[in-house]
Design a protein around this ligand. Structure first.
Ligand code: PEP
Ligand code: MG
Length: 595
């Protein structure tokens, strides 16, 4: 039966595919195997399963040798249950099915079957049986751990497996059932930004999560992948079942489950239209971004990894306006990258941009960007107001100096700007700048080469936007982080879908702070850009141009759409209109009406 689930639109476009539900762990490899390798992959799984069975038998013998006091009866009963689950036909046959029919690698097949069985356990009436789900998870975990030590003989094949060309086929894909060419969409309760990053080069054609707001970092990474995504879909991960056909409408924020042929045909048509539009926009790649009245506009890229520089160049970006360096630090289970690793990563981004400027933001972890899943900030009531971004860097000067040295060294290879997040106090500014000087002095002492950098500040806390003279005194440029500026101005958690309707970029207070920052920079001749999601939202392009903004930094996938809007704009007409919008009680209404 067809039904729809409503969430928040994150990344445009339509994906049609079979649902893959994640049971807990997402840190396992997801790739398709070669048909020739099916037997080897099943054997790999069997070997690990047998190893776990042996391990349990050994444990049982040890327990038998102990007295009942040291080894209670429950322990040996528990091991019996584990042994039983390991031999369970539903588990074994199910995992085989995902390998043989879908060509999933063994780990992915195991996790998929675990999700199917977990759901069956959840639905059981008997409480004792329901609780056996935890045992099943432990058993799967043991097998996965064993498999970690036994590398797959098979090369992952996910890269490029599902480019946009395959994704657009829509309805025809239904006929490919049973082959690896069936598009897959990932449905999860929650995905951390680091989890999401894992899927950047993955097999999935779309994403849906139960939680999250439009500018949560999970949504931001999804947008950077340029595949349809919906967040805040509340109970999607409970309502959708493994392998259901679903349509993700990333423009409307709707997930349609088990679509009828008529709906499929309609969305297949939509997909093809979107593809035609992409082709049309691609022709603008080499057109300079200049308005009708001759104003030059810099369209820059936001990136998460050095390798994203290629997509930035491909989209025609004139530089990187925001490299979120924290993604290099995430999911490392406490082993943060050292100076050499960071230096090489920043250098790769700089060299990847082939002489264009690269603005690298110093680490901004905390709130909805934990370093890893074990470090989610549950100890503090308001992590978004806590020790995040520059506050954390200043609290960990050794870590911060390591990053600063790596950045300065990378600047010897091209134009690097350092951008500092979440500043609010003059004392923080002074401490940061003196640490940058200190890092230079350390490199001098070591006799190491480094380059000149411009240093800028993010304006993303209202306190910063209200004390601009201080920021302009100390910094070479400013970059407006609208994602946080909106969150802190309106007191709306950007990652909380339950208040997402109040997260309003067009609120007069937000627009006032943005406009004042742009004017103050222009008055002093200092460069200013917007690097929050507002810069890539085509609904705001004309307003920001009218406010005097000439630097927009966004995901590479958004650049051509914004460029089209720039090419059609006349800033001499937009400037007075922007003043009207700024004075309005509800600017959103004027924005919708347009000029
Ligand atoms: C912002 O806050 O607008 C921004 C660009 O930084 P982040 O989204 O990483 O917090
Ligand atoms: Mg921010």
């Amino acid at each position: 039966m067809t039904f729809a689930i409503h969430g928040l639109p994150v990344a445009r476009g339509v994906a049609i595919g079979r649902a893959v539900l994640m049971a807990g762990r997402v840190d396992v490899a997801h790739y398709f195997i070669d048909p020739m390798q099916v037997d080897a992959e099943i054997a790999r799984l069997r070997t690990s399963r047998d190893a776990v069975v042996d391990e349990i038998h050994r444990l049982q013998q040890t327990i038998a040798a102990m007295g009942p006091k040291e080894a209670p009866h429950e322990l040996s009963a528990l091991l019996d249950v584990h042994l039983m689950l390991l031999q369970d036909q539903d588990l074994v046959a199910g995992v085989k099915h995902w390998i043989v029919d879908r060509m999933y690698n063994a780990e992915w097949a195991l996790m998929t079957q675990l999700e199917v069985l977990s759901r069956q356990f959840d639905e059981m009436e008997d409480e004792y049986l329901r609780e056996r789900k935890a045992d099943l998870e432990q058993v799967a975990d043991r097998i996965l751990r064993d498999m970690k030590g036994v590398a797959s003989p098979i090369q992952p094949q996910q890269q490029g497996r599902r480019g946009p060309a395959q994704r657009q086929q829509g309805q025809q894909d239904l006929h490919l059932e049973g082959t690896t060419d069936v598009p897959l969409v990932l449905i999860a309760h929650d995905l951390s930004p680091a989890d999401m990053l894992q899927f950047k080069q993955s097999v999935f054609a779309g994403f849906v999560t139960d939680v999250g707001g439009r500018t949560s970092h999970t949504a931001i990474v999804a947008r950077s992948m340029d595949i349809p995504a919906v967040v805040g879909a509340r109970s999607a991960s409970q309502l959708v079942r493994q392998d259901d056909w679903v349509i993700i409408d990333g423009d409307a924020g709707v997930v349609i489950v088990d679509p009828s042929p008529i709906i499929l045909a309609e969305y297949g048509f939509k997909q093809r239209q979107a593809e035609l539009e992409r082709g049309r926009l691609a022709r603008l790649k080499h057109t300079p971004a200049v308005t009708l009245d001759g104003e030059k506009v810099d369209l820059l890229a936001n990136i998460e990894l050095p390798e994203d520089a290629a997509a930035a160049l491909e989209a025609g970006a004139v530089g990187v306006g925001l490299f979120r360096s924290e993604f290099l630090f995430m999911g490392r289970q406490g082993h943060l990258p050292d100076e050499e690793e960071q230096y090489h990563a920043y250098r790769r981004a700089v060299e990847g941009m082939q002489g264009l400027p690269v603005t690298i933001r110093t680490i901004d972890v905390g709130a909805d960007k934990p370093l890893d899943d074990t470090r989610r900030d549950e100890a503090h009531l308001n992590p978004a107001l806590g020790l995040r971004a520059i506050r954390w860097s200043l609290a960990e000067p050794a870590m911060f100096l390591t990053q600063l040295r790596a950045l300065l060294r990378a600047a010897a290879h091209g134009k690097v700007n350092i951008l500092v997040p979440m500043l609010a106090h003059a004392s923080e500014i002074r401490q940061t700048l003196s640490l940058i000087d200190f890092a230079r002095a350390e490199l001098d002492n070591r006799g190491m080469a480094y380059g000149a950098v411009a240093v800028g500040a993010m304006i993303e806390i209202p306190a910063a936007a209200l004390t601009l003279p201080t920021f302009l005194k100390y910094f070479d440029f400013l970059s407006i982080g609208t994602n946080d500026l909106i969150q802190y101005t309106l007191a709306i958690d950007r990652a909380d879908e339950s208040v997402a309707h109040l997260y309003d970029p067009a609120h007069p207070a937000v627009l006032r702070l943005v406009a004042d920052t742009i004017s103050a920079c222009r008055a002093q001749g200092k460069p200013v850009s917007v690097c929050g999601e507002m810069a890539g939202d085509v609904n705001f392009t004309r307003l920001l141009l009218g406010m005097g903004l000439r630097g927009f930094s966004m995901h590479p996938a958004q650049i051509l759409t914004v460029k089209q809007e720039v090419l059609r704009a006349d800033t001499s007409r937009l400037a007075p209109w922007a003043q009207e919008v700024l004075a309005a009680e509800e600017p959103g209404k004027l924005l919708e009406a347009g000029l």
